[in-house]
Design a protein around this ligand. Sequence first.
Ligand code: NAD
Length: 499
Amino acid sequence: MEELSHWIDGKRVKGTSGRFADVFNPATGEVQARVPLASKDELDAAVASAAAAQPKWAATNPQRRARVMMEVVRLLNRDMDKLAEALSREHGKTIPDAKGDVQRGLEVIEFCIGAPHLLKGEFTDSAGPGIDMYSMRQPLGVAAGITPFNFPAMIPLWKMGPALAAGNAFVLKPSERDPSVPLMLAEIFQEAGLPDGVLQVVNGDKESVDAILDNPTIAAVGFVGSTPIAEYIYSRGCANGKRVQCFGGAKNHMIIMPDADLDQAADALVGAGYGAAGERCMAISVAVPVGDETADALIERLIPRIEKLKVGPYTAGNDVDYGPVVTAAARENILRLVQSGVDQGAKLVVDGRNFSLQGYEKGFFVGPHLFDHVRPDMDIYRKEIFGPVLSTVRAASYEEALSLAMDHEYGNGTAIYTRDGDAARDFAARVNVGMIGINVPIPVPLAYHTFGGWKKSAFGDLNQHGPDAFRFYTRTKTITSRWPSGIKEGSAFNFKAMD
Ligand code: NAD
């Protein structure tokens, strides 16, 4: 069995803690590799050598750093097939979906090529007599990223791209469930010209995460994952004086107005609800049709579409709509929640509980489920299921539909399907959610905008990627300068205004 490694100082390095986690092929249920889980000492050593490498990288002019990003883009395109295959093998998503995962990360690296422009400060000529005032954005030093299993290429790239382009060293602690792609990304950055030590990949679990949070050299932590861990990392990281941004779980609602094109809405719901087996933080997990007539017509269109979904291994190519979920534990959790929905009185109109795939009986596949008549007090509505399960909550009016999205504790994404511009505009203006789709089911902002939810879906002030990422990974220094020739005033004891 393959033994994976860390990536330290430009090399694959074996773990020394003696602790490992199994890495599965979710399609077959087999353990295909084991990943080392770093000790605190291993993490601290990786941080120390990142700190030693960082000043020289920060002193490299921003255009040269941008050229490394340019080369990374070329290499990601060159290796797209290889990356997608490794990603699907450990995660389970289909190959086209895995390519999308790499592509959406690659686009953030493209944005980072603009670092020289993004890092420019401000300048005021003659802010006072003979006085100039200017600001600069400087890197923080060593930043760390802790990332989830569901986008093992995209989310590490969202974090490391802006951090590195801004002149920081970066320590990545990827998910222990699918660690191969992050290691391949580190090799790509090296091949692109990134100096050794500037990017470290330390595999691990809670022990290495806690070591990151307590390491005094690490100035900033970017996290993506579930909400309980996001809250934990935010509070412990902030208590230790770090700059922290944490992105958490989701329960994304799609409102379907009576005037919507229901075929279009049903297609959108099926793609957004079941794509990647529902393991996306921007998946739609709640459909909210407005009015019983809309609900009945929508359910009637959803059932045949859902029953036709093809579930299978990524190796089956284009014949598959979605693959297995990531682990046996994830599957059990999903099925337990489905059972709770049945027990609490929701109507299971598509039942995927007995799904089994011939030849892949040990794989972590979950059949598609559709619930109707879900109520807000049910566990399937309150909790993030993170599986191929769509819940329908019927609303009597637009205001009731809006309140459902507003009252839910999560606020990552939401969508409205309508032909009425007024309703769409009102929804976008009033809803307390970070990313809104109008006739778009998964409104993931592009790399040059920023990505982030509200409420329990995000902790911290700034979003991911786009201009916010450069603000997060730099700090501002403001300089007031005058040259002393001709200064004859002597000391000033009052708090001076500029004359
Ligand atoms: P997770 O919270 O289990 O793990 C995320 C990271 O935290 C991993 O690196 C993991 O090793 C680490 N971790 C896990 N338990 C820990 C603990 N007790 N102490 C310290 N560190 C710990 O999340 P996951 O299952 O990998 O990913 C799925 C979750 O991520 C979902 O909730 C999903 O909505 C969310 N997500 C959010 C976004 C977003 O941008 N808001 C994007 C993708 C995924």
